[in-house]
Write a protein that binds this ligand. Sequence first.
Ligand SMILES: NC(=O)c1ccc[n+]([C@@H]2O[C@H](COP(=O)([O-])OP(=O)(O)OC[C@H]3O[C@@H](n4cnc5c(N)ncnc54)[C@H](O)[C@@H]3O)[C@@H](O)[C@H]2O)c1
Length: 401
Amino acid sequence: MKVVVVGQGYVGLTIAAFAANHHKVVGFELNSLVVTQLNKGISHIEGIASDEIKKAIDAGNYKATHDAAAIAGSDIVVIAVPTPLDANRKPDLSYIYSACKIIAENLTGPALIINESTSYPGTLRDYIKPAIEKYSKLKFDHQYAISPERVDPGREDFNQKNTPRLYAGLTPEATKKTRDFYSTFCDTLVEVSSPEVAEAAKLFENSFRQVNIALVNELAQISHALGIDVRETLDAAGTKPYGFMKFQPSAGVGGHCIPIDPSYLADVAEKAGVTATFIQRANEVNLEMPKYIASRVARDNGGSLKGKKVLVVGVAYKPNVADTRETPAELLIDALEELGAVVSWSDPVVGSWHGKNSAGLNGAEIAVVVTKHDVVSAEDILKSAPYVFDTTGKVKGAVQL
Ligand SMILES: NC(=O)c1ccc[n+]([C@@H]2O[C@H](COP(=O)([O-])OP(=O)(O)OC[C@H]3O[C@@H](n4cnc5c(N)ncnc54)[C@H](O)[C@@H]3O)[C@@H](O)[C@H]2O)c1
């Protein structure tokens, strides 16, 4: 089958790489730099090796393009474009809209259109299908389905093959075609009764994580006030063999999913007349963590950070990836600077960020660890400043969150 994957970022490239073992895949991407690199066999995301891309190109099973005409003749089109929040923290479906327009204008026959981008229940039925119909010059009988992506970039134990995949079509035919497509490279497919159930399940998975991370971050603050070790408390609670799942305190949440997706659920809930109180409060608690950390660091250092050299260690939002989207390091740097600190950052995995290069692990009076990558040793972090505050629990001997 000819499969076009629209968007070659974390999700789109991952799906393209797996699908290319079984189908002819075209990665349609607006960013021409990404297209050029991919066609040279250079992967830009964790989890997909450049060798895999090279192999698929050499076998004639993959090419990247920014030429929309390549969408013509597709059997399947997979949408994998960003779904961020706008300035008011409301769903921004503009990327999906522009993808639908391009798809509709370039398809030359009926196709199965699958959305993998995360969005609120009703997006496939009430937004994607009408948008594609609006821009289709020829009235093809397209099929529509959803299969929300669950990829966790950088993770080695779960991937496209062994992560169960939810799916549902708008029609039985769409559902069947979607199952046939994913069953070529996924072990476990879970059919649900409607696209809305699949869309809601995806949002709830990430809301569950967001709320529990906020809860544990609140416990970290309570524990500190009570003089109790939060991580020991969590280890102790974790010995219960049922009814408890351990989450770890941190500087907050980052990436394209946990800080964003729950707001899609809260927004659709509000429109339906329900207030998503847990999601709203969880957002606040996680977003307040950097300020809480900065104030603790200031308190430990004579009550003021004015003019002090502070090094933020690890600016990626999680270990061993270069992804800085929505990283809590950004808010932490702001909070430290607000208290008068002179802030630099060190992260060899990220390398360069906001036009600046990663600093070395030296020369600071204070270090605050946001993310600990495997390539950076805890010993080196501990030696990087006379006072080290650790939000990760991985730098023994440092002051702990
Ligand atoms: N990153 C994750 O871990 C993850 C996991 C599960 C689900 N998701 C969801 O998957 C979707 C994609 O996320 P991502 O992390 O891959 O984003 P990304 O930013 O890494 O990649 C998206 C790509 O789409 C391209 N693009 C935007 N509009 C386009 C268009 N009209 N045509 C062609 N290309 C276009 C962008 O240039 C970018 O390269 C989002 O809805 C996200 O919430 C992400």
